[in-house]
Design a protein around this ligand. Structure first.
Ligand code: PA5
Length: 327
């Protein structure tokens, strides 16, 4: 897995194979449906492009989706039932649909219906194919003419610069290793303004390190979670806060994070912060995400667990297959 984490930038540069008929999309709204490691792409695009990217997690297509809107369906395996369910609804409602997977039912449906389909390489865990999925969604948005020239330049430049951080992120005497050490045997509380960053950290720590993790998004955190530190008693001896910070955090959020550090200092075992590097918002988000991927890997080693093992997810999917009801 470490080699695939190191290969993130190559994945971000990957040109997915394209099948089906392309088209122009002049609308504004884009629904991106996907779950887990695949759905994380929707969160990233939504944070990066600010505009009208709507992540869809779950079985339902939002009621305000209209005939002619664009829907992108991302499932690494191609077999995730929630994503297939949203695709079915989108087709019936007349959305323009693009599918992205390494195979599975999503590929079959796309090919049968002549939908635009982008194929990513197979043989990875969905979460370690994150770069392939991001580059495929970016390519899809380029093909249909949605991604502005500026955004395309920002993507190329961010990806181009990212590789220079590999040495400082990937070694056992790096800050990524140090942060993993702080989280060992603890409950990470991951705080960020950017959902895509916080949730990727959490998901990677959950799946790779089999470690519980919690996220909270600023400034919402300040209006509820900040009061939740008195109980249960053991929490004080287990929780470690980690702030994930960027230059693109709102000015008041930067201030709020400083004040929260003071207020919560005595309520947890410790606090760390990671400042993003890079020029653009995308580069800083990708830097923090890559940083967290390494942290999750080191934490897996510290926890003496196999980062590839996802027994509970597999068992759940197997058990659900037996039951066809509830659709
Ligand atoms: O990382 C994982 O294995 C999961 O989070 C999967 O991504 C999730 O279950 C969805 O599967 P897929 O990515 O194949 O659609």
């Amino acid at each position: 897995m470490i080699n695939n984490i190191k290969g993130f930038v190559e994945q971000l540069n990957y040109e997915a194979e394209v099948f089906g008929k392309d088209f122009e999309y002049s609308g504004k709204r884009v629904f991106i449906s996907g779950m887990g490691g695949s759905g994380a792409v929707a969160d990233l695009l939504s944070d990066w492009l600010d505009g009208e990217i709507i992540p869809v997690k779950g079985y339902k297509l939002p009621a305000f989706a209209e005939n002619g809107d664009l829907g992108i369906f991302v499932s690494y395996s191609g077999n995730t039932e929630e994503t297939l369910s949203v695709l079915d609804k989108a087709i019936r409602k007349g959305l323009r649909c693009i599918c992205i997977s390494s195979g599975g039912a999503l590929e079959e449906i796309a090919r049968d219906r002549g939908l635009l389909f982008l194929k990513v390489p197979s043989g990875f865990q969905p979460r370690e194919a994150y770069g392939f999925l991001i580059s495929a969604v970016v390519k899809a948005l380029k093909i249909v003419g949605y991604l502005s020239e500026d955004a395309q330049r920002e993507y190329s430049s961010a990806v181009g610069k990212l590789s220079s951080y590999l040495p400082e992120l990937s070694s056992e005497d790096s800050k990524t290793y140090e942060v993993a050490g702080k989280l060992y045997r603890r409950i990470p509380l991951i705080y960020s303004q950017f959902y895509s960053v916080a949730v990727r950290w959490k998901n990677q720590i959950n799946e790779n390190a089999k470690n519980f993790a919690h996220i909270s998004i600023f400034p919402e955190h300040n209006h509820n979670e900040i009061e939740g530190f008195e109980f249960p008693d053991f929490f004080k001896d287990k929780a470690w806060i980690i702030f994930l910070r960027t230059d693109f955090d709102h000015g008041r959020v930067k201030l709020r994070m400083e004040v929260v550090k003071e207020i919560l200092r005595e309520e947890v075992v410790g606090i760390s912060e990671v400042w993003a590097k890079g020029e653009s918002k995308l580069e800083q988000i990708l830097y923090l995400i890559w940083f967290g991927d390494f942290v999750s890997y080191w934490l897996a080693l510290m926890n003496s667990t196999d980062p590839y093992r996802i027994d509970r997810i597999n068992s759940l999917k197997e058990r659900l297959k037996i039951h066809t009801s509830g659709g």
